[in-house]
Write a new protein. Structure first.
Length: 182
């Protein structure tokens, strides 16, 4: 395969989210055979099993966008020591009804940004638990827990210090996606 489409799912809805800023800077580090699409989760209805037989059009579209990707990167904050509800809802919507899991076998990467010292370590572990059940091979190393600092992203680009660290993560994820799409 010469071209890889990567879906970017940001687990924060806040307009000036640190995670959105990080995701926007991250995509600039990928090689040219990698393209990306931000997959919006803000308009998904809350998952309700009663809707499994009459899936809302927004969910059908969301699932199709997920299935078109050769990789998915989750960029998540940590809310109350876990992933945001909006991200969990997106995982549930694209995996249901049972047996119709759009996430199946898509290689995943996880990064997260927070102002706290432990960054998003616990949220990422909770996300890994769900991704394991959803049968998404997930990049284990290097891990990427970022503590936000002033100047980390400016004019849509990482600072030099952060860019070096993130390029290492991107290179590992690129190799992981290629390996899982043979």
């Amino acid at each position: 395969m010469n071209h890889f489409k990567i879906g970017i799912v940001v687990g924060s809805l806040r307009k000036e989210s640190y995670n959105k800023q990080t995701a926007n800077a991250l995509v600039k580090l990928f090689p040219k055979e990698f393209t990306y699409e931000f997959i919006d989760i803000s308009n998904l209805p809350l998952y309700n099993q009663d809707d499994d037989n009459d899936t809302p059009p927004t969910v059908i579209s969301f699932k199709q966008r997920v299935k078109e990707c050769q990789g998915i990167i989750f960029v998540t904050p940590e809310y109350n020591r876990s992933i945001p509800g909006v991200l969990k809802n997106a995982l549930d919507q694209a995996s249901r009804p049972y047996g119709m899991n759009a996430w199946d076998k898509i290689p995943a990467g996880i990064i997260g940004v927070s102002i706290g010292n432990i960054s998003t370590a616990i949220a990422q572990q909770h996300l890994r638990n769900s991704l394991s059940f959803l049968n998404m091979p997930t990049l284990n190393q290097p891990e990427c827990y970022l503590k936000w600092y002033d100047g980390m992203v400016e004019d849509g680009e990482f600072s030099e210090k952060t860019a070096r660290f993130m390029q290492n993560w991107v290179d590992a994820y690129v190799a992981f996606v290629k390996q899982n799409n043979q």
